[in-house]
Design a protein around this ligand. Structure first.
Ligand code: UDP
Ligand code: MG
Length: 309
């Protein structure tokens, strides 16, 4: 038995039918390690907590923390990182889309001294055409906007060394786009490939609206370039306005016979400048909202109960 401790953190939100199948596949993989499995029950309204509790009665390495309500996947992961004690910590989805069998490979890499091991999705066959392409666009966009390159095709299935976990825990920003924060830490990373499976049961908790929110969160946390783009748009529209003035003066002075006093140019101009103004105010508002959230300093999650912790 190796003498390090391996922590597995699993956010669960209404995953009652996945808890048992998950443990059935996960526990055999862990039998040669000293381990702890921490379920972070993110305000489930079904029997998830009940099933985890049942299993934790006979196996004290199975632990659970329950939030008062749903605080979201990223906050659940953050709580997991805070509560874990392991020398390395692996985060895993509960729906068996992330196969536990590759944990051994990840740990092997870590033992060779790699601080971050990402599980990389080799094939995305099971994801819908829409999800594949929106994901691709998102990574292209964020990597264009952000100074921190964020690796493509890796989700939140990864191994982190204790040093990286302590670093993540030491960050006191409220908004948590963990993929970005991990990449931003800059520790050397390696990959283990897997093909993503279908969700075992139930529906995804990431509908389009939540996906958009995560994407926006990612962009806003890691780049101020949108503010710069707002300024450029301002310049562009002023420049076009300036050209318009020159055009109008020349037309009026030199070609008065052909000059039609029309409202269409005016209309287009107003629409254009109005649009750009709304866009830039919106961008500034997004950042302002973010600053507001940060200065409020509310706790990121509230804990209702702890089992075996
Ligand atoms: N999850 C969570 N809180 C939420 C949404 C999701 O803890 O508000 C958990 C969920 O139970 C699962 C993981 O996060 O273990 C990933 O969610 P999901 O499978 O719905 O996302 P997808 O794989 O479709 O991106
Ligand atoms: Mg899933």
């Amino acid at each position: 038995m190796p003498n390090f401790l391996l922590s597995i953190i699993i956010p669960v939100f209404n995953e009652e039918s996945n808890v048992d199948p998950l443990l059935k596949r996960l526990l055999p993989v862990l039998k040669n390690y000293r381990y702890e499995i921490i379920f972070i029950n993110d305000g489930s309204r079904d029997k998830t907590a009940f099933f985890v509790k049942e299993r934790s009665k006979t196996n004290k390495n199975i632990k659970m923390v329950s939030f008062v309500r749903n605080f979201g996947h990223q906050q659940a992961l953050s709580a997991g990182y805070r509560l874990s004690k392991g020398d390395c910590v692996i985060s895993l989805d509960a729906d068996l889309q992330d196969p536990p069998e590759i944990i051994n490979q990840m740990v092997d890499k870590w033992q060779k001294g790699v601080k971050i091991v990402y599980a990389k999705r080799e094939k995305r066959d099971v994801d819908s055409f829409f999800k594949k392409h929106t994901a691709r666009c998102f990574y292209k966009l964020i990597n264009f906007l952000s100074d921190t390159p964020i690796p493509e095709d890796v989700g939140d299935f990864r191994l982190l060394d204790r040093e990286v976990v302590d670093f993540i825990n030491s960050l006191n920003e409220q908004s948590r786009f963990l993929r970005g924060l991990v990449a931003w830490s800059g520790f050397p990373a390696e990959y283990v490939s897997f093909s993503r499976e279908k969700r075992l049961t139930g529906e995804t908790h990431y509908p389009l609206s939540k996906m958009l929110n995560l994407a926006l969160e990612g962009i806003m946390s890691f780049s101020v370039k949108p503010l710069r783009i707002a300024s450029y748009l301002g310049f562009l529209s002023s420049f076009i306005g300036f050209l318009g003035i020159i055009y109008a003066v020349i037309g009026k002075v030199f070609l008065p016979r052909y000059w039609v006093t029309g409202w269409s140019a005016l209309f287009v101009g107003i629409m254009f400048i109005g649009g750009i103004q709304l866009l830039t105010i919106g961008i500034i508002g997004e950042y302002l909202g973010k600053i507001y959230k940060e200065v409020q300093k509310r706790p990121p999650f509230l804990i209702k109960e702890k089992i075996n912790l």
